[in-house]
Design a binder for this molecule. Sequence first.
Ligand code: PEP
Length: 248
Amino acid sequence: MARKPFIAGNWKMNMTVESGKKLIEELKPLVKDANCTVALCVPAILIPEMTKAAAGSNISIGAENVHFAASGAYTGEISAAMLKDYGVKFVIIGHSERRQYFGETDETVNKRTLTALENGLTPIVCVGETLSQRENGETEKVLDTQLETGLKGVEDATKLIIAYEPVWAIGTGKTATDEQAQETIAYIRKKIGQLFCPKCAEKVIIQYGGSMNAANCKGLMAQPDIDGGLIGGASLKLDFATIVNYDK
Ligand code: PEP
């Protein structure tokens, strides 16, 4: 069955109100005929202004994180209700930078994922191995743990997006080859089939992320199991439109 491709940007801690608005204004006409779902996940403080800038277009503004509690003493965090106030639909969860620098674990990924789903948000759950884990032949074992723990208690896996992001490819300019990305994403799909159901595996959208750019997007998107991309650096410029239009 056909899965609608989904290309999402991850601005990380980049852009300001002015530069973000300018980029969105320039992107709007370039991506308007996209055959995929288009989203830009932006820093929380930019969500209101970027939502206004993207209004009336096919660009959906998403978030880069969500806390698992409904409210409370969690200084610096953002709740699902706060995101929903601004019409946010998509939220990145468990990005490797959150895992590496902010103590995110498979358990907190799981809590955030469940909260997002309970609140009608679509989590983009990031998984992926480090270079040493790949070199030691541990990729599948790492993905098994991330998926088993991170998605524990999820009722319907088709309500989330998975982003396979090999840590060694993020922001390094080193992309996984088309074959490496396809092989690993096919493995993730198989695992979803085992954890949930074969139909869920067929339906779930799995993105590739890691130095995806205007030059390599066509090859990656041509792979049968790759349903889109999570784009960091290239989403900060008009190259994002080239990626969104990979099929033209
Ligand atoms: C990311 O941040 O999810 C990412 C894939 O970054 P980059 O495209 O810059 O490697």
